[in-house]
Design a protein around this ligand. Structure first.
Ligand code: BMA
Length: 376
């Protein structure tokens, strides 16, 4: 198995060096740092051969542990870290020392640096509180989206919150002082109805204005290390996907989030839905010359032992996505009285299948990505 993967890797390296002459520049930020442009170019090349595996909060905690240096549930199962690491800066807006899931920002910064220095990919989302009400991201009080736009009653407050994000993003630096590139995924799951920025709380024009304003604002604060990820929840048609898209010069990657909720041994609903959405998104990505990603997915507690190689692989099909990321391994959720995790951990029932998934020639984890030197 391992040998097979090694042969595949050599093939990958050879073809990537052949592709190295094809130059492609980031659409969003013409002043993007060299490392940011490099990683984007490398992501374009990598997706021809497979997709990276990602996990939210992977280094911070897992099932039954928290903040132990070097530890990762994924690593304990696959003997390798993920290639992509998801982080969320929710609560940075109110100067909290920890994000909404309890991860201290100073630790997050450290993890992000660690990931960068070993050649992995960091992605950041922001469950930003509701500036209109002071409630959380899930507070969908009507008028919230409009209130943050220029001329809105909370616009000045919103800018202060963006300032805090800018300070954090600008503080992500490697030892040699370089800004660390981040796949930035703001206002995620916009086609849903559960966050204050979702489609039911504003017109497409308002959403686009929110996106473009924040985009320009962060740039004006000197943030030039972002690769912008546009992200939806479910959608039915090409028009639905396109409706809130702010424009090619503001987006680099297009993606959606979709979770498994029913039993994959009796229902094909999740696979069918993902395939349908990938088909539409693929058409969109080709037309707009964008990279695709499966930005969030998972099956809580993974109660089907072949979920990785059977269900997830089928859901992705042959679509050339850059990465798939599963959500966090919180462990026991006290307020819901249940286990909450999406990646396997040592002893979890999908361990064997996850190792098979790891061995597939088209799945990339840390070791393979490190060899690709994606920041160069
Ligand atoms: C949800 C759950 C919550 C968490 C939120 C933001 O899917 O995991 O427990 O607070 O995401 O990370």
């Amino acid at each position: 198995m391992r040998l097979y993967k090694t042969i595949q890797k050599i093939t990958l390296l050879t073809s990537i060096s052949l592709l190295a002459s094809c130059h492609s520049i980031l659409n969003s930020d013409q002043q993007a740092t060299t490392e940011t442009q490099n990683v984007y170019r490398n992501l374009i090349q990598l997706k021809q051969k497979g997709f990276m595996f990602g996990h939210q909060d992977d280094l911070a905690y897992g099932v039954n542990w928290k903040y132990e240096n070097g530890r990762s549930d994924v690593k304990e199962v696959a003997n390798d870290y993920p290639a992509v690491y998801g982080w969320d800066i929710g609560r940075i807006e109110n100067d909290s020392p920890e994000n909404l899931d309890g991860v201290p920002f100073h630790k997050m910064r450290q993890y992000i640096k660690e990931v960068y220095q070993r050649g992995g990919v960091n992605t950041i989302s922001w469950h930003i509180n509701n500036p209109f009400t002071g409630g959380d991201a899930w507070d969908t009080t009507p008028g919230s989206l409009a209130s943050v736009l220029p001329n809105g009653s909370k616009h000045e407050l919103f800018k202060k919150w963006l300032d805090k994000a800018a300070v954090f993003l600008n503080s992500l630096k490697s030892d040699d002082g370089k800004s660390i590139p981040v796949l930035y995924r703001p206002y995620h799951e916009l086609t849903g109805n559960w966050f204050w920025w979702c489609q039911n709380n504003g017109t497409p024009e308002q959403f686009k204005e929110l996106w473009v304003f924040s985009f320009n604002y962060l740039k004006s604060k000197g943030v030039h290390s972002l690769i912008y990820v546009f992200n939806t929840a479910d959608f039915e048609t090409y028009e639905d996907f396109e409706k809130f898209y702010p424009g090619d010069q503001y987006v680099d990657i297009v993606s959606f989030d979709a979770y498994q909720y029913d039993d994959p041994t009796t229902s094909t609903a999740y696979v069918d839905k993902c395939r349908k959405q990938f088909k539409i998104m693929n058409e969109f990505a080709l037309k707009h010359n964008k990279i695709m990603a499966f930005a969030e997915t998972g099956f809580e507690q993974i109660p089907y032992e072949n979920w990785w190689t059977d269900t997830l692989i089928k859901a992705i099909g042959n679509y050339k996505i850059s990465y798939v990321l599963v959500w966090r391994n919180h462990g026991w959720l006290e307020h819901e009285q249940k286990m909450h995790y999406y990646a396997p951990y040592k002893g979890q029932s999908t361990e064997k299948d996850f190792k098979k998934f790891y061995e597939l020639p088209n799945t990339f984890f840390q070791k393979e990505i490190t060899e690709q030197n994606i920041y160069q």
